[in-house]
Design a protein around this ligand. Structure first.
Ligand code: GRG
Length: 314
């Protein structure tokens, strides 16, 4: 089962149907690349499945498939990239929710892993999901492809490198370190942006780039345009996250609302106010659309995802 929808089928689908089909496919792909719950150590595997399956918006996988569509990437590579990225994202949520970090009890509408299981299990779930992400992205693809391109191993290697950079100390983990160090501090807008560029933006950029790298070679202009798009949606995602944290309720979000203010964290809303934050999100949506102009109709899903990121309610 692949979660990538063939181009001729995709073009006839509404955005809502495309999204629902990719999300359902993603569930099957994650199920395939995670160890079965019955395999020992069963408690660890069960907890990995508890947190990775049946939950979340799957924004990062959707971006992988949408970018892959622009560059004609094979489904086998996109499945691996989307599942790997979602595993890294889920591990980061599990660790972020632990008492030593955000200490949260609710995630994706369910008790967090350290609450449902225990802290040591939550730590191991995150560690194991991170390792499984790289095992998944490096899993051989030849058997799934009729005419595997000669450069597929090279593509996989560059995707692995990209994911490792995005997840590590110069990416998501680095952003989290800055975030933890900034609690109670006054950050300038530029400092806030740098923190989010790493903490949230690195994985969203990786999603776009992984989808693209899975396909035919990129020109320097194409890479720059994708970078502009990724930068705009990465920032927009965070601005909207801050708006929702301040305006939506926990039941709608599936996680504890109002955490930022309660934790005395600098946010776009605390620095710019609600109205200006909403205007910024809208401006970033425009920037994202503009960046996609060179790709024409093939970037339809990426355009729709930029709209979703800005207009989402959870
Ligand atoms: C612990 C190494 C480490 C990193 C944690 C991503 C992160 C870094 C922490 C999550 C804290 C947080 C709520 C950040 C705001 C943006 C964000 C990543 C929200 C959650 O992502 P969604 O909305 O979640 O895509 P779903 O559940 O839909 O996948």
């Amino acid at each position: 089962m692949n979660a990538q929808i063939p181009a001729q089928v995709s073009s006839a689908l509404s955005f809502a149907d495309w999204m629902a089909q990719v999300q359902a496919g993603m569930e099957a792909v994650l199920d395939r690349f995670l160890a079965p719950a019955a395999v020992a150590p069963a408690r660890l595997h069960e907890a990995m499945r508890y947190t990775a399956l049946d939950g979340g918006k799957r924004v990062r996988p959707l971006l992988v498939y949408a970018a892959g569509e622009v560059f004609d990437a094979p489904a086998a590579l996109l499945d691996r990239a989307a599942a790997a990225l979602e595993m890294i994202h889920v591990y980061s949520l599990v660790h972020d929710d632990m008492p030593c970090m955000d200490d949260d009890a609710l995630r994706r509408g369910k008790p967090t892993v350290h609450v449902k299981y225990d802290e040591a299990t939550a730590l191991l779930v995150g560690d194991a999901l991170q390792a499984q992400a790289f095992a998944t992205l490096s899993a051989p693809v030849d058997a799934e492809l009729d005419d595997a391109a000669a450069d597929l191993p090279a593509r996989q290697l560059s995707m692995l490198n990209l994911l490792a950079q995005a997840a590590g100390s110069v990416g998501m983990c680095g952003g989290q370190a800055i975030d933890l160090a900034s609690v109670g501090m006054t950050l300038s807008l530029a400092e806030l942006e740098q923190m989010h560029r790493l903490k949230t933006g690195a994985l969203l950029r990786a999603a776009v780039m992984l989808g693209a790298l899975g396909g035919k070679a990129l020109t320097a202009q194409e890479r720059a345009a994708l970078d502009d798009y990724a930068h705009a949606i990465g920032l927009a995602f965070q601005v909207v996250d801050d708006i929702l944290d301040a305006t939506a309720d926990s039941a709608t979000l599936g996680k504890t609302a109002g955490k930022d203010a309660a934790d005395n964290k600098p946010t776009y809303v605390s620095i710019l106010g609600l109205g200006e934050s909403q205007a910024l999100a809208e401006k970033l949506r425009g920037n994202a659309h503009q960046a996609l102009a060179p790709f024409g109709d093939k970037a339809r899903r990426l355009r729709e995802l930029a709209d979703l990121i800005v207009q989402r309610k959870a």
